[in-house]
Design a protein around this ligand. Structure first.
Ligand code: DGL
Length: 268
């Protein structure tokens, strides 16, 4: 048994998709979450900046005595996986668990991948999918407006501006006949109902946050690192606590304001 917390981070709200799943499947685990809301989005930034931010985010989580780190961020996972794997505790990004789930889900072998510009530019999902099965057809599309729309709170199912952006980015993928769509940025599951409205209900959506949480749970179990008592959740952000808490509440279905603290991430 190991009651140290699991550390989860993202540029902002997206990693909550992993937290939600972790809380469901491992309710006794303590979780420390960092959302870098003062510097979001990461996906439009250069490789050097993304790597610098990743290093600081990881150091902050290590200062919280975490037993495992989940980079619940497609951009970090595709651009700085080597940093994650040199931190001294078990760590994972989202690419491998998500690619595995997508390869397993497809029936016609045509998989769409959506993500931030940095993620799509890296080719990380394409490479992972092709490694699993070289015969898969992979179609990629970056969706740079999705993260600002989610962080701005435009997440309701009837949100016209988000639906418009979704049509703009996704209709091309739909025309390719993909039967599986990788939501390769962890922010995207927060607007999955809008994405599904455009893609059609017969297209299987793969949630990178959820798949990574499932992978982490399995890894903790295998390493005998599960906690048998706890269940606390602490959230840290690098900008306004209130903005984060409001949108988190819509997604998590509970008020977390009293569990959110602001930190200066530049110190790490
Ligand atoms: N959730 C992050 C990801 O999975 C968003 C990156 C960003 O801030 O642009 O890529």
């Amino acid at each position: 048994m190991d009651t140290r917390p699991i550390g989860v981070f993202d540029s902002g709200l997206g990693g909550l998709t992993a937290v939600k799943e972790l809380s469901k499947i491992l309710p006794e685990e303590n979780i420390v979450y960092f959302g870098d809301t003062g510097r979001v989005p990461y996906g439009s930034r250069s490789r050097e900046i993304i790597r610098k931010y990743t290093s600081q985010d990881v150091h902050f989580l290590l200062s919280q005595n975490v037993k495992m780190i989940l980079a619940a961020c497609g951009t970090v996972s595709s651009t700085a996986s080597d940093i994650l794997h040199s931190v001294g505790v078990p760590a994972t990004g989202v690419i491998f668990p998500t690619a595995q789930a997508a390869a397993h889900a497809t029936r016609n072998g045509k998989i769409g991948v959506i993500g931030t510009t940095a993620t799509i530019r890296s080719g990380a999902y394409r490479n992972a999918l092709k490694k699993i099965d070289p015969a898969l057809c992979v179609f990629e599309q970056d969706c740079p407006l999705f993260v600002p729309l989610v962080e701005g709170g435009f997440v309701a199912d009837e949100e016209e501006i988000t639906l418009l952006a979704a049509r703009h980015y996704l209709l091309g993928l739909k025309q390719k006949g993909v039967d599986t769509l990788v939501m390769g940025c962890t922010h995207y599951p927060i607007i999955s109902r809008i994405i599904s409205k455009v893609m059609g209900e017969d297209v299987t959506l793969i949630d990178s946050g959820r798949e990574t949480a499932l992978w982490a749970a399995k890894a903790l179990r295998e390493a005998n690192l599960l906690a048998s008592a706890g269940g606390s959740r602490s959230f840290f952000v690098s900008d306004y606590v209130e903005n984060f808490s409001q949108i988190a509440e819509i997604f998590l279905g509970c008020n977390i304001l009293s569990d959110v603290q602001r930190i200066d991430i530049e110190k790490y």
